[in-house]
Design a protein around this ligand. Structure first.
Ligand SMILES: C[S@@+](CC[C@H](N)C(=O)[O-])C[C@H]1O[C@@H](n2cnc3c(N)ncnc32)[C@H](O)[C@@H]1O
Length: 367
């Protein structure tokens, strides 16, 4: 990322070697931020040179003359910092740069650290959750938690999928998956499949049941009339057809015939679910469902009427000990999920065993 380390922003950053994918990403970020950059490599002709506003040829770092050529380049172009995603080059420069050009610094962390940062963060998150599990007030027996490495994998892979499922919610989903009954898992609103991935993995690990994702994947259904149009203008920039393809790409590797979807609004999906036990799609094949829901995740359209319709058409399938999760119960752009969730709590007081808010979602366990 271009940051304060890019010198003072007035001096150019040298990107070396300039043709690596991370280098080209970094180049684009610098160009967008209006920061001056120069590319360099040791190839006689590097196609990447065409992408850069200026270019420098350098010997390989293990060739005599590299240090002198770099020193000359730094002086000629008045270079303020160097970005290198290559671990060998980065290591060499971290040792040699103070002698070659005192004051010129590497602007990025070690590429090895950068590659491993996500894995390390996921392991820390997993350890913390295992050390401090959520103390659920449920009467049901809690299943032993997955091993730390399994939980770290869950966090890490979820992090690879773009979408709207915060870490606190993943923590809580993991905990309720351990403390519930078996049955289908139904998600209303899956989009690119971030929370669906988490549910698919938990379904398999804790042997809960099969996952059904219900989403029309249509731009028309993205309109929420909430947040003074801010949410809708953001949604207008995404393509629902592409979103379904992204969902399939994200979920297919994790489906062992236990994931499928209905491409329709949730109310139509509820009618289909009442009348059929099987769902078939070209990408996921055929999946059988029980018709009883162990976990219902409501994350569809957040307008009040839509959130209310989602809950009323699906909550009747949730069995005793099953969970209803209402996403964005805490939401800065509107109060649809909160109002619909509160109404459900008020109308079903005697049928509810546990209710709490984690992250931005409301979690309810049926008695
Ligand atoms: C907030 S996104 C879901 C985010 C997703 N759960 C994640 O983890 O990133 C909302 C989704 O609800 C879907 N949606 C909108 N109206 C719907 C409806 N009537 N029934 C089911 N899904 C709906 C949208 O297509 C969109 O995919």
């Amino acid at each position: 990322m271009p940051n304060d380390n890019c010198g003072d922003g007035a001096k150019p950053v040298l990107i070396f070697p300039g043709g690596m994918p991370h280098s080209l990403d970094y180049l684009q970020k610098c160009l967008r931020a209006g920061l001056p950059v120069i590319g360099a490599s040791s190839l006689n002709y590097d196609v990447a040179s065409r992408e850069y506003p200026a270019w420098l040829h350098l010997p390989y770092i293990n060739q005599a003359g590299f240090d002198d050529a770099l020193r000359r380049g730094i002086e000629d172009f008045d270079i303020g910092g160097i970005y290198s995603p290559n671990p060998v080059v980065w290591n060499y420069l971290s040792r040699a740069l103070p002698g070659i050009a005192p004051g010129v610094k590497l602007v990025n962390d070690s590429p090895v650290n950068e590659v491993l940062a996500g894995y390390r963060a996921a392991r820390v998150r997993a350890r913390l959750l295992l050390e401090r599990p959520l103390p659920l007030a449920s009467r049901l027996k809690v299943r032993p938690a997955m091993a730390e490495i399994e939980l770290a994998a869950l966090f890490h892979h979820a992090n690879q999928i773009p979408g709207m499922c915060d870490l606190e919610k993943i923590d809580a989903l993991h905990e309720i998956a351990r403390c519930g009954v078996s049955g289908d898992i139904v998600e209303i609103g899956s989009w690119w499949g971030k929370s669906a991935f988490v549910l698919a993995r938990l379904a398999r690990y804790y042997e809960i049941g099969n996952l059904l994702c219900v989403d029309p994947w249509s731009n028309e259904h993205l309109v929420q009339h909430e947040g003074e149009g801010m949410v809708d203008s953001g949604s207008a920039q995404v393509d629902a057809e592409e979103a379904l393809a992204v969902f399939e790409m994200n979920l297919l590797p994790y489906s062992s015939n236990h994931v499928n979807y209905l491409r329709m609004p949730s109310t139509d999906g509820a009618r289909y679910y009442r009348e059929h036990r099987d769902v078939a799609t070209a990408s996921f094949g055929s999946t059988s469902y029980r018709g009883d829901i162990a976990i219902l995740h409501v994350d569809g359209n957040h307008g009040y009427a839509a959130a209310r319709a989602d809950i009323s058409s699906w909550s009747g399938f949730v069995i005793a000990g099953g969970w209803i999760v209402i996403d964005d119960y805490v939401w800065p752009f509107g109060d649809g999920p909160r109002r619909a969730g509160n109404e459900f709590l008020a109308d079903n007081r005697s049928g509810i065993a546990v209710a709490f808010v984690a992250g931005s979602a409301l979690f309810i366990q049926m008695a």
